[in-house]
Design a protein. Structure first.
Length: 322
């Protein structure tokens, strides 16, 4: 999963640097690839009846499609990639809040403390990013205000996507309790059913397809095929994203939820480091402090320390070699 996400992000960053608004064509390509693969191997060319009624998938897909599109457009609203990643790390906050409100869940003081740390980290990074946007000396007062207002709209979009994603997770959890776990089936329908929705984005997708075709030619190693380099980046992004998603699916079926959460946390950290190094975004000591709060809070929420305690105790008690 970590290798998959690192490669996926690398190719995505190459594409975003040359064409900042290419998120829709990237998302569409990923959806199309996963939908075709699922149609062949999961749905058996449409002959296999879904275990969960299709109407529930339409509701889930509406949420999933909305979250994906809103997150993509947030990058066009003066939201830097590192802030985008850190803000989305606040999914624990949204999940806990909606869990308390909708499912009437109750949590320990330890978990509330972890959520407070995550909230503080996100607030710190967001506040420092706001200061950077507001103090951009290259813009006059009127343009600077406009940029800042667009940035606020981007923060609102990220907040909406965060809450919608948490609501989708709760909805999916309720479906799994009622009909059983069918994560591979859900993966297929979540990517196949939204495909018609991309017709609304067709002009943007076509525009970037033309731009991709006009990019410099690139000879693919080993096979010797020559194609525009942006199409090569897109192809590699789709393949590595598929590897990443399949890796997550294997983890969810073979490992505990704690292990999956830890891997996802490490994935976000790897993505953040990649983004900072590649884009050379301004990342102050305050940003690093906020990032530390986010990841420490996430690890506290998963109670990894409680799991490591018995392991370390057994390790200390093992007989010493002569």
């Amino acid at each position: 999963v970590l290798c998959g996400v690192a490669l996926t992000l690398l190719f995505l960053l190459h594409a975003c640097r040359q064409f900042p608004g290419c998120g829709n064509i990237v998302t569409f390509s990923q959806f199309l690839f996963i939908a075709v693969e699922g149609f062949i191997f999961e749905a058996n060319f449409g002959r296999k009846k879904p275990a969960i009624p299709i109407r529930y998938y339409f509701i889930m897909v509406a949420m999933f499609f909305t979250v994906s599109v809103v997150n993509n457009y947030a990058l066009n609203l003066n939201i830097a990639m590192p802030l985008h990643m850190i803000f989305r790390s606040g999914s624990l906050i949204a999940s806990m809040a909606l869990g308390v409100i909708i499912l009437k869940k109750r949590y320990s003081v330890y978990k509330y403390t972890s959520i407070a740390l995550v909230s503080l980290g996100i607030f710190t990074c967001t506040f420092m990013s706001a200061k950077q946007v507001a103090s951009d000396s290259s813009l006059n007062e009127e343009d600077g205000l406009q940029v800042f207002l667009w940035w606020l709209l981007g923060i609102a979009a990220l907040t909406f996507a965060l809450l919608m994603s948490a609501r989708m997770g709760i909805f999916q959890e309720m479906l799994y309790k009622q009909f059983g776990k069918h994560s591979k089936e859900a993966l297929f329908y979540n990517h196949a059913l939204p495909l018609p929705g991309f017709l609304l984005l067709a002009p943007n997708i076509y525009h970037h397809a033309v731009l991709f075709s006009q990019s410099e030619p690139f000879q693919v190693p080993v096979i010797g095929l020559t194609l525009p380099i942006m199409w090569f980046y897109l192809l590699m992004n789709v393949v590595t994203q598929y590897v990443c998603i399949r890796g997550v699916f294997i983890l969810t079926t073979e490992c505990t939820s704690l292990t999956v959460t830890l891997v996802v946390t490490l994935r976000k950290f790897v993505s953040l480091i990649f983004s900072i190094l590649y884009f050379r975004n301004p990342f102050t000591a305050w940003h690093w402090l906020g990032t530390t709060f986010v990841f420490v809070g996430t690890l506290m929420y998963t109670e990894v320390w409680n799991s490591l305690g018995p392991f370390l105790a057994r390790w200390r008690k093992r007989p010493k070699e002569e």
